[in-house]
Design a binder for this molecule. Structure first.
Ligand SMILES: [Zn+2]
Length: 129
């Protein structure tokens, strides 16, 4: 236990001393590696939104089909991109940001009650000049 605390203190001190270096490395190295892995993951999932067919990778999100991402995190998942890299693709689907937002409302994934098929939330906004 003492060792664990000492290690934690050492890590924290190291991080303080090398904060800029760590941040630079994260941006340059890990950032591009992650982006490449993410693009691969999107390709594995078909590359387009399963609801509307949107295909711009900048606005595609990897969605937990059952809305249980929190459970995955609690059970030690390092995120969808890493799961898909390891071949675990069943819990995931590809959605665009719009369809993902709509799904969150429909299934109550933001904490509210599900509003499936009600359409009550759907309001077409008019452009006003
Ligand atoms: Zn979509």
């Amino acid at each position: 236990m003492l060792n664990k605390n000492k290690r934690r203190e050492y890590k924290a001190a190291y991080r303080q001393r090398n904060l800029n270096k760590i941040r630079r490395n994260n941006r340059e190295k890990i950032g591009t590696k992650y982006r490449q892995r993410r693009l691969n993951a999107l390709a594995v999932l078909g590359g387009i939104c399963v609801r509307c067919g949107f295909s711009d990778s900048r606005a595609l999100v990897i969605d937990h089909i059952n809305g249980d991402g929190n459970k995955h995190r609690i059970h030690g998942s390092h995120g969808p991109v890493n799961d898909i890299f390891k071949g675990i693709i069943e819990p995931y689907q590809l959605l665009c940001a719009n369809c993902n937002s709509i799904k969150r409302v429909e299934f109550g994934e933001n904490g509210g009650r599900p509003r499936l098929n009600s359409g009550a939330e759907r309001v077409e906004l008019e452009y006003k000049s």
